[in-house]
Design a protein around this ligand. Structure first.
Ligand code: SDX
Length: 414
């Protein structure tokens, strides 16, 4: 390295630390931290070959667990006994209602939400900060306080989502006093809060499985954001607000909304009659030529397919095929037929697989869930993963502070 750039390097603050030399640091540099181990966790393991939450494999959980059981597993660290699960569920139901100031805030931005000037992910992010102002444990980072706060957020996020949808629809707030219907489970109550109708057991189960699939995923961008914030010993609400801001991005959680918007764009361009014809191939060819990122496809870690995608695809397709009354309309199955053709072209031409966000879009659309609520529902699930990682970080903390490679001007006189 030339003298001036060495000087520049030292002015950028690089100094060999006890742990690693400058040569080692340069050798392991990887853009976007691709392939870099940035910390340790006992919460989740993700590899090409699988996905485990605290040792339980995702297919096992999707087939045999409920989201409440998975939430307990992630937050409290083990599979709940029947008594523990009953206690956990009653705690969550009791914590569903919002502080009146938070409901008043959501009502106050109803016009901005209805016009699209404010988007639900941003209003949810603000509501989380407001929930922090009204939480008696807000500034307490102890394990017990963090667990209490995690359960409150798990309980209240669906209520925020429901209240937002009510003001968007110009209707009275549903569940203002109790945060919904106390007799309903977590997933069913989420749908009830948005629509005012008790969902079918089938719809509730599909949402429940989607919440299980979305709950946790190792050091993804939003979880790592939350850990960096917790690593300064900042509080859980701040870490979750940061996680929401990161998840909103279309390269991350926002892809489930953008994947459905992309399918709607293709459907508009080729028409229902164009499904299965070369018209879709031509559309995709144009997208490839313009280097367009197709939403719901690709993954930083999964290069041979996202284990979660086929699980959700099958559930959504079944609803589209069998429930002719589904809100997605009589042609709901057409969305899956179009989606499957897009998937085949992506695989044949680019060897790129769909991630969990692709089937999520089609599935939620078939159930009549408004598109701008897809990523907030992702938050209603991922709050469990974020909170588990924040608690783990606080329990055995070292501030997260990587280095950078300096590429700016050499030192110069002012
Ligand atoms: C989630 O990390 C997690 O665990 C996230 C998540 C979780 O549970 O938390 O799994 C949830 O966020 C899933 C991902 C949702 N995002 C999207 O669907 C957005 C579209 N996908 C891409 O932007 C991309 O695939 C990423 C962001 C997901 C991964 O990006 P990488 O690892 O940086 O890969 P890359 O962009 O370097 O792509 C490698 C190549 C590139 O080709 P070249 O430029 O080298 O020629 O593959 C191409 C890319 O152009 N490519 C795509 C593509 N994804 C990758 N080309 C078109 N469409 C795509 N979607």
């Amino acid at each position: 390295m030339s003298g001036s750039s060495t000087a520049a390097a030292s002015s950028s603050g690089f100094a060999p630390t006890a742990a690693i030399s400058k040569e080692q640091a340069e050798a392991i540099y990887s853009r976007g931290l691709e392939g870099i181990i940035a910390g340790e966790t006992a919460v989740c393991s993700i590899e090409q070959g699988g996905l485990w939450y605290r040792g339980y494999e995702i297919h096992d959980l999707a087939n045999s667990a409920t989201f409440e059981e998975v939430a307990f597993l992630l937050l409290e660290g083990h599979k709940p006994s029947a008594a523990e699960l009953a206690r956990f569920k009653s705690e969550i139901v009791a914590e569903r209602p919002l502080h009146p100031s938070v409901t008043a805030f959501i009502e106050s931005v109803g016009g901005f939400l209805a016009s699209g000037r404010a988007v639900p992910m941003d209003v949810l992010r603000t509501a989380i900060s407001m929930l922090g102002h009204t939480d008696p444990d807000a500034q307490d980072n102890s394990a017990q306080a963090n667990l209490r706060k995690s359960k409150r957020l798990l309980a209240k996020i669906p209520t925020v989502i429901g209240h937002m949808q009510n003001v968007i629809d110009g209707r009275a707030i549903i569940g203002r006093e109790h945060g919904g219907d106390k007799s309903l489970g977590h997933a069913a109550n989420l749908l009830y809060l948005m629509t005012g109708r008790q969902p079918s057991a089938e719809y509730a189960r599909v949402v429940d499985v989607s919440l299980i699939l979305y709950a946790e995923h190792d050091f993804n961008a939003s979880t790592f954001t939350s850990r960096v914030i917790a690593g300064t010993l900042s509080d859980l609400h701040g870490a979750v607000a940061g996680g929401i801001a990161a998840l909103k991005g279309p390269l991350h959680g926002g892809a489930n909304e953008m994947a459905m918007e992309m399918l709607k764009e293709i459907m508009r361009d080729v028409g229902e009659k164009g499904i299965g014809t070369p018209a879709v191939e031509q559309w995709m060819h144009k997208a490839f030529e313009t280097k367009r990122k197709l939403m719901g496809f690709g993954h930083r870690v999964y290069k041979n397919g996202d284990h979660r995608a086929p699980i959700l695809h099958a559930l959504g397709r079944t609803i589209a095929a069998t429930d002719t009354q589904n809100p997605g309309g009589h042609h709901a199955l057409r969305w899956f037929e179009l989606g499957e053709q897009v998937q085949k072209i992506m695989l044949d031409r680019k060897n790129i697989h769909p991630n969990v966000d692709f089937p999520c879009g089609m599935t939620y659309f078939t159930m009549g869930i408004p598109v701008p609520q897809y990523t907030p529902i992702f938050v209603a699930s991922r709050i469990t993963g974020w909170a588990a990682h924040v608690m783990e970080q606080h329990a055995n903390n070292r501030i997260i502070r990587p280095l950078s490679r300096y590429t700016g001007e050499p030192p110069r006189k002012w």
